[in-house]
Write a protein that binds this ligand. Structure first.
Ligand code: C5P
Length: 283
């Protein structure tokens, strides 16, 4: 059984659109203590790949699920002819920008490969992960990392442990491709200092400085594409007295409270639709 953590983008700049239709990114990923659980059993009698679902979030159990596609890709690359049985205990919402599906896929690759005695090396796993999705490679290692390219070119970074994030999960799902398609020149410019202050704040474990340094170039296109997210975000801002951060292409918002603010932030958000989760960064 393996933990399949969610992530936050503490900083995310979109540098431009590429010829292959993807966007060139510069992002700071941090894994969370909040996530799903994945179990992988190899060698089931028939060659099928099966997915059994538990937990509170509904997802498809066929080839539309990235975890199933990860098992297929791994079995093919590793020459594994018998089946793979997956069990997924799902807590991370879909369309949240928390990387739930990407993390499930990376955890399947890692667990299946370890269970089979590591037939694929790290470079091969990374290649499979990048083919499955831009965020999948990050989850092979977790922790904290700067992502460039599509997000798959990773450099691990130092992170203090114990910084608390309050995830504010609206009953709204954002589709990543829709948000990227809604990118326009109107996007708020990234801070001149770029990524460096966010990285320094994460190294020090300073939630206020992390909040200051947060930037997400996908926030404007996400809000533009999902009017319900504008209403939800402004409700959150009114209650918090400060703008919340957005993770990835949304719809998950988050706040980074100082340790003595956690209770007051949670009570200010009481009664909002959706749910709140208290998690730590880079556990
Ligand atoms: O890589 P992934 O499958 O997660 O991407 C989903 C969609 O998000 C892509 O089809 C693309 O439209 C968009 N995307 C992008 N640039 C990235 C990552 C994703 O345009 N760096």
């Amino acid at each position: 059984m393996g933990a399949s953590p969610a992530k936050l983008n503490l900083y995310l700049d979109v540098l431009g659109r590429r010829d292959d239709g993807f966007h060139e990114l510069e992002t700071l990923f941090a894994a969370l203590s909040f996530g799903d659980e994945v179990e992988v059993a190899l060698g089931t009698p028939d060659a099928a790949i099966t997915l059994e679902l538990a937990g509170s979030v509904e997802v498809p159990t066929d080839g539309r699920n990235l975890a199933v596609r990860a098992a297929q890709a791994w079995a093919e690359a590793a020459g594994h002819a018998s089946g793979v049985a997956l069990r997924l205990t799902k807590q991370v919402p879909v369309g949240a920008g928390l990387g739930g599906g990407s993390s499930n896929a990376a955890t399947v690759l890692r667990l299946a490969n370890t269970a089979a005695g590591s037939p694929l090396d790290e470079a091969q796993l990374h290649g499979l992960a990048a083919d499955l999705g831009s965020d999948v490679p990050f989850f092979l290692h977790g922790g904290a990392a700067v992502g460039r390219g599509r997000g798959e070119q990773l450099a691990p970074v130092e992170a203090a442990s114990g910084v608390v994030a309050i995830l504010i999960l609206p009953p709204i799902a954002c589709e990543t491709a829709v948000v990227f398609r809604n990118m326009s020149a109107r996007v708020r410019a990234a801070p001149a200092e770029g990524l460096a202050p966010a990285q320094a704040a994460l190294r020090r474990g300073d939630p206020l400085a992390l909040r200051e340094a947060h930037y997400n170039a996908l926030a404007v296109p996400a809000l533009g594409a999902y009017p319900a997210l504008i209403r939800f975000t402004s409700q959150v801002e009114q209650r918090l007295g400060r703008p919340p951060c957005l993770s990835g292409s949304g719809a998950a918002l988050f706040d980074l409270p100082a340790p003595d603010e956690i209770e007051s932030v949670l009570s200010a958000l009481e009664g909002l639709p959706g749910r709140r989760v208290v998690a730590t960064l880079c556990p």
